[in-house]
Design a protein around this ligand. Structure first.
Ligand code: SF4
Length: 384
């Protein structure tokens, strides 16, 4: 159950939010209907105040980040034609298709800022030639070369794909990957769980229930995971809340989620963006901030809400630190997936840049490891 928090009710101007503010103050769990009310409200600052109060009660003024390095080893994907929001995937013979050899993976890993990088974040397409042997060899090779670096790899969708083409159960696949060096799993591939939305944007993808099943299996094996939602396309507010409720339920059951990360849909270079006539028009700052704040209020059993600055810009990510966010995507090196979809953000951020953002929001920068253990606290507490 959430902890009670004190609110300054003068900062909440929308009367429709009063019953929700009562619940927040009394530490009562919000319903999906409450979440819809929050999304429908124009009182962004009131919602932000509530989310900030909840976050401060849980995390104080600390804002964490981890120095990570993204490796996208293959963009070849069997779902290339059916995930209409995706700008990254290619068919095997299509221009721009690639699959890294092991040497290329290790060369890419070597370009990381080796003194700071503590995590490889590895995701890619559903490539028929990238099965269990491909990934176990990759993880073993990386661990041999960088034994101190954490491997966060393969979304639930990729795990199910590797299991299927390797003719193994999801459980046995996870066990084999863990033995090879997999430490945790990222949360991608969730999109929006609603079957109606999935039928429109990702018809052939693992269903929402199956995504949850893979995560449950991972949690039961002691493999912690993140989770996400891709918002800002055809979903309704009710779809968003149903999605968050499924994540909250699994967290109640297993406690295996480390963080929730809302992902903003980018409409460039993909079929969905053209269909919706949204090319060049990404999500709005208002909706980006609201997705983070509503998540902070509704996901009362999650310790960490993360803003992915690559997708929403570093300015929105910094502002989100006053809207319930306590964790920023780290110093990412060479990110491909969202840049294919039109993200105009840089492909990496230096330590100095991330410290500047956090300090500028009057928060305390804390470098963490992949399990949110504190590695370095950069400043003494500052006044609120
Ligand atoms: S979103 Fe993932 S599964 Fe879908 S086409 Fe793109 S890479 Fe493939």
């Amino acid at each position: 159950m959430p902890a009670p928090v004190q609110l300054d009710r003068k900062l909440i101007s929308d009367p429709a939010l009063a019953p929700i503010a009562d619940k927040v103050e009394h530490g009562e769990r919000l319903t999906q209907a409450d979440g819809v009310t929050l999304f429908e409200s124009g009182d962004l600052l009131g919602i932000g105040h509530m989310a900030d109060a909840v976050n401060r009660a849980r995390n104080g003024l600390r804002v964490t980040f981890a120095a990570n390095h993204h490796i996208n080893p293959t963009n070849i994907c069997t779902l290339r034609k059916t995930c209409v929001f995706c700008s990254y995937a290619r068919l095997p013979k299509e221009e721009g298709a690639y699959r890294y050899t092991m040497e290329q993976v290790y060369a890419e890993a070597a370009t990381a800022n080796s003194t700071m990088t503590r995590e490889f974040h590895i995701v890619g397409g559903l490539d028929m030639k990238a099965g269990l042997a491909y990934y176990t060899e990759m993880f073993r090779g990386l661990k041999e070369r960088y034994p101190q670096v954490h491997i966060k790899a393969l979304t639930a969708v990729e795990i199910a794909h590797v299991a299927r083409i390797s003719k193994l159960s999801v459980r046995d696949t996870l066990i084999a990957l863990r033995e090879a060096g997999l430490d945790t799993m990222p949360g991608g591939g969730a999109e929006v769980f609603s079957p109606g939305v999935r039928a429109t944007i990702a018809d052939k993808k693992l269903s929402g229930e199956e995504y949850i099943r893979v995560h449950r299996e991972a949690h039961q094996l002691g493999i912690r995971t993140n989770c996400t939602m891709l918002y800002g396309h055809v979903e309704t507010y009710a779809d968003r809340m149903n999605h968050l409720a499924m994540l909250r339920d699994l967290q109640d059951e297993t406690g295996g989620y480390l963080a929730y990360i809302p992902l903003a849909y980018h409409p460039d270079n993909n079929e969905l963006g053209e269909t919706l006539h949204r090319t060049g028009m990404a999500t709005t700052g208002f909706d980006d901030l609201k997705n983070l704040a509503v998540a902070r209020l509704f996901l009362d059993n999650f310790d960490h809400i993360k803003s992915h600055w690559i997708m929403v810009t570093s300015f929105i990510s910094q502002t989100s630190l006053a809207f319930g966010v306590n964790d920023l995507e780290g110093t990412v090196v060479r990110e491909k997936i969202y840049h294919e979809a039109g993200a105009h953000t840089p492909q990496g951020m230096t330590l100095e840049q991330i410290l500047r953002l956090i300090r500028g929001a009057r928060r305390i920068p804390v470098e963490r490891d992949s399990f949110y253990q504190v590695l370095r606290t950069f400043d003494e507490p500052v006044a609120a």
